[in-house]
Each structure stands twice: as C-alpha cells, then as structure tokens.
Write a new protein. Structure first.
Length: 425
C-alpha cells in the first residue's frame, strides 16, 4: 500500500470496475476510482456497534490529497473516541434549518472567496429576504412549494423594510420581482454548496419557475443620451442636489463601463494615473475570486481627470468618499433622481451604463475578445452577445437605409409613369 499523494492519485487510472487505493499511514483512508474516471477520497471505519461505514471526504479536484489526508485524521480521531461521524452528520443535517444553513454558508470558503461587493449583496438577500421567508423551515423538509411562496412574498414586497441602521443611515428594502429572482438563485447556489458538503440531498428550487431577467438592453444609444446625462450631472451638482463624489462616480462608470462596485469601492492603492489604469486585485472585482487574477481597467483622459481631482488619501482609503460613515457610496437613490431629471428611460439601470459601453464598442467593430478584456467578463459568451447585438443593429440600419433608397426610387418611377410627354414643337 502506498501513501496517497497527488502523484499516486494521478497515476490511478480507471478500470472496468471500481477499485480502492488504501493509504499506508492512516488506516481507513483511501481513494475510490470509478470506471467513469471520477476519483473520491474516502474514510472507512467501524462504529462502536461494529458496523462498517464509509464516509466520502470529497471528490479529487475539488480539494487536494493533503486536505483529504487532514480530514481523514480528524475522522480517525473522532472514531477513536467512540463517535460515529456519519451518524453525527445525519443528525446535524436532519436538525438543520434554512437559517442555520445560510449561516454556515456565510462562514464557508465558497462565500468568503467572492468579491466584497458580491458578499455584501448576498448578505443583504440572505438577511432581508431568505431568512424572513424560509429561515424556520428544516432543510430536509423544504419543498418547491415553500420556495414558490417565498418568491411570491419577496416579489410582492412582503419583505420590504425601511429601518434606521446607524445615526445617519437607513436600510430601505423594497423587494420586487428582480429581488425575488436573485434571492431564489442565491438559495439555489447555497443548496448546491450544501449538497457538496453532505448537508442536503435535494434541490427544491429546481422546479420553481422564476422567469427571466427581461430586457437588459436599455442603454444610452446616442451621443445625445450621453450629453443629457452629463449635463444633468453637472446641473444637479451645481444646485447641490447631488454630491460631487456621487456625480463623479456615475461619470467614471459611464466613461469606463466598470461595474458599480469596482468604482464605489475603489481604493487609492488600485489607482495608477501614470499609466492611466486601475489595477484591481482579485478580491476587488466580481470574477477575481474564481479566476484569481487582477483586473485592469483602462481610463480615458476624462476619467483620469475625474479621479485626479479627488482629495488624495491613504492607499487603503476610498477614492470616492461617502459623506458619513466608513462604507462605500450608495448610488441607488441618486441614480433614480438623475435618470428622471435627464429624461432617460426608466428601464435604464446603473448597470446599463456598462451595457452601453460594451454595445458601442461592438458597434465600433470591437471583437468579442476585446470586449471581454476591456470589461472583465469571465466568459467570452457574455461579450459575444454584444457583438451579435451590434450586427443586428447594423443590419437594421442598413435595412432602413435600403428602404429609404428603395422608396425614393419607387417614387421616381411613379413620377416617370404619370409625367406628361412634352411634345417638341
């Protein structure tokens, strides 16, 4: 019997039947290799009553062989004191409420590896929507009907709240269909994580229809749209209806296509005005937790000027500081006021400024890979949809132009048919 290491695992190829590779150091610790090629780390032991039990630690690839070895040692110590780890896990699973499960998720690596802005959004959905509607339900008893009812309550504003959170702060939660949809999606992700941890065996969200996100292509289509937005920002700032920092954040988002959280949570340590870029570490942008890579955001001259005029702070300070408190700027309420004042479509959300940049890049002939790099998309399919949109728009413009020309030609032809023949005298 060998010591189970990555080298041994990689060299354990699938056969016609499942087989085990047992570790020489830790009794009961082994590797299960299936004909499909799937490999899992296991720990086999006997209960105090003498029954043989086998616990799956985790699949190979999700964690390392060394991590599996450490978990096997924990299980070995538990068995050595007369405990039954599988029976204990089942008891915990059977007694677990949705609120308990959500708390465990908030402490998990799956959650803490997310970008800070994503964590904040998820926490809000958990505490404001999921716990109030489903928190008391036991995980093993959760049904699709429970999830449907929770979706309806959030959609209909039953979880809406307006409460004071600090001397100068308020939490205003409205609910709505979008909030309901995102909350159920988050619950689905939590249940998938729980299944991987052996905390649940079913996904009641799978049979729940939550609808699509609807049209998300409301964008700033013309130069006039952009002009109205920037004029409105300037006017509202001058008459003190909008704080300069808030106006500047919206300007930078509109100019760069950056995500809202990437700019509201921007710190001086990420700014490099000499090269004209923002360098966001993995934890400061949405896809960084999954890719482990930094994100570079190019700054046009106008955006550089906006950042340069902000009061310089310490490397860890926010570039755009809130009026009070220590958190990042909140833009939801100011953006609605700006949008209404500028006469922009009600469906234009702040994220639509990002869609606008991507769409105009595609209209200018940018390839999907270029858009992917510029906007920090993790999958090229996300960028490709803007290219398809631009192609459709170009075709639409060409069709309108052709119709105009054809109409003119047809009109000329009709005139030629009815025009009287002038006789030569």
């Amino acid at each position: 019997m060998p010591k189970i290491t990555k080298r041994i695992v990689d060299a354990s190829f699938p056969k016609d039947k499942p087989y085990f590779v047992w570790d020489i150091e830790i009794k009961g610790f082994g590797l299960l290799v299936l004909p499909s090629g799937v490999k899992s780390y296991v720990y086999q032991y006997r209960t105090p009553e003498g029954r043989s039990r086998r616990a799956t630690i985790h699949k190979h690839g999700t964690k390392t062989a060394e991590e599996a070895r450490e978990k096997a040692k924990v299980l070995q110590r538990a068995v050595g004191t007369g405990r039954d780890p599988l029976a204990e896990k089942k008891a915990r699973r059977d007694a677990l409420t949705i609120a308990d499960l959500l708390d465990l998720y908030l402490e998990s690596a799956r959650f803490t590896e997310k970008a800070d802005t994503t964590q904040a959004l998820d926490r809000g959905r958990i505490h404001r929507h999921l716990k109030p509607t489903l928190g008391k339900r036991f995980v093993i008893e959760l049904t699709s009907e429970d999830v449907r009812k929770a979706f309806a309550k959030i959609r209909d504003g039953k979880t809406a709240v307006d409460e004071k959170t600090r001397p100068r702060g308020r939490a205003i939660v409205r609910g709505g269909e979008g909030a309901a949809r995102m909350s159920v999606r988050l619950l689905r992700a939590v249940l998938h994580w729980a299944a991987s941890e052996g905390l649940c065996t079913t996904d009641p969200t799978a049979g729940v229809a939550i609808g699509g996100d609807g049209a998300r292509d409301v964008i700033l289509e013309t130069a006039d749209d952009y002009a109205r937005l920037f004029r409105t920002l300037e006017t509202m700032e001058q008459v003190k209806r909008l704080r300069p920092q808030v106006a500047d954040v919206i300007r930078v988002i509109a100019l760069t296509g950056a995500r809202r959280g990437e700019i509201t949570a921007l710190r001086w340590a990420y700014v490099d005005l000499k090269t004209g870029v923002l360098k966001l570490p993995p934890g400061a942008h949405k896809t960084g937790a999954k890719t482990g890579k930094s994100r570079i955001i190019g700054l046009p001259a106008a955006a550089q000027a906006i950042i340069a005029r902000q009061p310089q702070g310490k490397p860890e300070d926010y570039v755009f500081r809130p009026a009070k408190g220590k958190g990042a700027l909140s833009l939801a309420k100011p953006w609605r006021a700006v949008r209404a004042e500028a006469g922009l479509p009600e469906g234009l959300v702040l994220h639509g400024l990002r869609h606008s940049i991507a769409s105009h890049m595609a209209m200018a002939g940018a390839e999907a890979a270029e858009i992917m790099t510029a906007l920090g998309h993790r999958q090229i399919a996300t960028s490709q949809r803007y290219v398809h949109w631009a192609q459709d728009r170009r075709a639409e413009v060409a069709e309108r132009a052709a119709a105009h020309i054809t109409g003119a030609l047809n009109a000329d032809a009709e005139l030629a048919e009815v025009a009287p023949i002038r006789r030569v005298k």
